[in-house]
Design a protein. Structure first.
Length: 225
């Protein structure tokens, strides 16, 4: 039997990539982090722009036009290359997080990313996480999960992750960034973050990584039988 297509959507900091990675590993599936693709475009835009006011829609669309994004899962992490340059760490900086919503709202950028994502999903046996996977990228996914958590918990998790990486960030600053991204992601015109009616809602507030993983594996198992 062909492997399942598992779509995991949800807001920033809900734990999607942590969970999706473990679920994919347990099932022997491919894991695709679509947020990393939008981050890769944002990184390229920031690297190419010389002036602050240069970041217009036209500039972003042009940077996205000739981008080659390569995602490879190596040693438990997604290695991201943009036109051959390894940008795995660079796409997680606060600067990229601050710029990515402006990039992800543009239909021309999304169209290009969605085409690549659908290609990656066509053979099944995949776990893909993002904002519009069940609603737009892979609407026929076998398993649809909407993963969320309270904003305070999401901010705490992100803050811990960034502090461990050596960034000097405050909880308030992270909470403001997450709230701004929630607003941008849910209110944008093209493919906003939504929970489709047939997606299973999983609120991870107060749940351990193991509990969330087990819950999703049991939902997937039920689909398989
Ligand atoms: O999941 P993340 O924080 O790495 O995502 C980065 C940004 O990319 C996020 O602000 C929303 C956007 N995104 C999107 O619009 N559609 C997706 N499928 C994945 C991410």
């Amino acid at each position: 039997m062909q492997g399942l297509v598992i779509a995991i959507d949800g807001p920033a900091g809900a734990g999607k990539s942590t969970i999706a990675k473990i679920v994919a590993k347990k099932l022997g599936y491919v894991y695709i982090d679509t947020g990393a693709m939008y981050r890769a475009v944002a990184w390229k835009v920031l690297a190419e722009k010389k002036l602050d006011d240069e970041m217009t829609d036209a500039f972003i669309i042009n940077a996205a036009k000739n981008i080659d994004i390569d995602l490879k899962y190596e040693n438990d992490k997604t290695v991201v290359r943009v036109n051959g340059t390894d940008v795995t760490n660079e796409i997680r900086t606060p600067e990229v997080s601050g710029a990515v919503s402006q990039v992800a709202k543009l239909p021309e950028v999304r169209e290009k990313m969605v085409t690549l994502q659908r290609k990656m999903g066509e053979n099944g046996a995949i776990v893909m996480d993002g904002r519009d996977i069940a609603s737009h990228v892979l609407p026929n996914a076998d398993v649809k999960i909407f993963l969320t958590a309270s904003i305070d918990e999401r901010a705490r998790r992100r803050c811990k992750e960034m502090t461990e990486k050596g960034y000097d960030v405050s909880l308030d600053e992270i909470k403001r960034d997450i709230a701004a991204r929630d607003k941008a992601d849910t209110e944008r015109k093209v493919s906003p973050l939504v929970r489709v009616p047939d997606a299973e809602l999983v609120d991870t507030t107060g749940m351990s990584i193991d509990e969330v993983t087990q819950k999703i594996l049991s939902i997937a198992e039920a689909k398989r039988s």
